[in-house]
Design a protein around this ligand. Structure first.
Ligand code: PMP
Length: 384
């Protein structure tokens, strides 16, 4: 079986430090290393020093519903959403988790507890490959994976996971089941200006974000949920409390510092260097341009999705979508993942992991510059 997003981290072939013509390179995982040069340039502004007697208590704010959330991170998250305009965070509960992965597990618990029968969990295919694995992992009595939301016809309670922009195909998504009593989780990991135009301020009952894809700091393992309902928020807090008694304070403070630097730069009209989102958008857009040129020269062997331009409220101009993953399709009857492995020696994640045909494969666009150039070189060797 092909490993999912997280197991992929351990199973992955490590990217060689020097890339040679016979190296096999892994583009199956979405490790966001492309932002590393930007953060290298920030120097001391992101530096954190902690002394031996600091951050010792389990508690961050005993008066807050989410008692392990550092007030600094709480403020930094709300400020960044205000600055970017991508989500309504004011007058909402913010719950921090160990990555949005833990928060997703917490939400499955929070939205399904109290039902007599296991609640069906669905997502429209192609869906993020970790959702089925995470949902089925503990064989819970509370919920069960029920597959593609487009084909969901069972009676009873359900949770629809909506990822927008979507992983793997970058499309803008809305709920598709729309049945009375259904609940939804909006995973907005990629709803940031470097990936997509910010067309509106998202204001769903349950929204998930992650530090990993917003800024590239996947190793800090910080994710957050923005929740309208207090009872749901309290259940998420309970889950994090029972599974990890909170979230590392060092990580929270680092996230607060970095999110703070981004907000400050975005709000500073005299800033001479690019702010983080301008930088990310420029790199992503240049990568997509180069990839499309290579794909065009493949004479129809590969096809990429097209995305509409839209007005971005953050940049104040019409911008393109530059998704974090390229969703490659090859000719009918071919196995795209195998073709890329055999012919280009690049590892990608095939369509079946995402609930669709093997003619598709997902390629990460978040790798380092050197890896990206290598990928283009390899792809350009395929002609029909
Ligand atoms: N949701 C989506 C849509 C993702 O693509 C990812 C990471 N690949 C996650 C959640 C998990 O993020 P985290 O690193 O915060 O656990």
């Amino acid at each position: 079986t092909v490993p999912a997003e997280k197991s992929d981290v351990s199973a992955a072939t490590k990217t060689p430090t020097t890339l040679s013509s016979d190296s096999i390179i892994n583009f199956a995982r979405g490790d966001p290393m492309l932002y590393e040069p930007y953060w290298k340039n920030k120097g001391d502004r992101c530096k954190m020093v902690t002394l031996g007697d600091e951050l010792m208590s389990y508690f961050s704010n005993a008066l807050n519903l989410c008692w392990f959330l550092m007030p600094e991170l709480d403020c930094a998250i709300r400020r960044l959403h205000r600055v970017v305009g991508n989500a309504e965070a004011d007058d909402r509960f913010i719950i921090v988790g160990n990555g949005s992965t833990q928060t997703f597990h917490a939400l499955l618990y929070a939205l399904s507890s109290g039902h007599p029968e296991p609640v069906s969990v669905v997502a429209a295919a192609p869906f993020y490959s970790s959702y089925p694995e995470e949902t089925e992992f503990l064989q819970s009595r509370l919920y069960k994976w029920a597959g593609d939301a487009n084909c969901f016809d069972k009676d009873g309670a359900y949770i629809e996971v909506v990822t927008s922009p979507n992983n793997p195909d970058g499309s803008i998504r809305h709920t598709v089941v729309n049945r009375e009593g259904g609940k939804s989780i909006h995973d907005l990991a990629y709803y940031w200006p470097q990936y997509t135009p910010i067309t509106h301020k998202a204001d769903h009952d349950v929204m998930l974000f992650t530090f990993s894809k917003a800024t590239g700091h996947a190793g800090s393992r910080i994710g957050w949920a923005i929740i309208k309902d207090k009872a749901i928020a309290a259940k998420i807090v309970k889950f994090v409390e029972l599974s990890s008694i909170g979230v590392s304070k060092e990580s929270q403070l680092r996230a607060a510092t970095i999110l703070g630097v981004i907000s400050e730069d975005c709000q500073n009209p005299r800033l001479e260097e690019e702010n983080f989102f301008e930088y990310g958008r420029r790199i992503m857009s240049s990568r997509w341009k180069k990839l499309r040129e290579v794909v065009m020269k493949s004479n129809g062997t590969f096809v990429l999705p097209e995305y509409p331009r839209d007005y971005c409220r953050f940049t104040g101009e019409y911008t393109d979508s530059n998704p974090a993953f390229a969703w490659l399709r090859c000719k009918e009857g071919l196995n795209c993942e195998k073709l890329l492995k055999d012919e280009c020696r690049i590892i990608t994640r095939g369509g079946t992991c995402f609930g669709v045909e093997e003619t598709y494969s997902r390629v990460s666009m978040l790798c380092s510059d050197a890896e990206f150039d290598f990928m283009l070189e390899r792809l350009s060797t395929i002609k029909n």
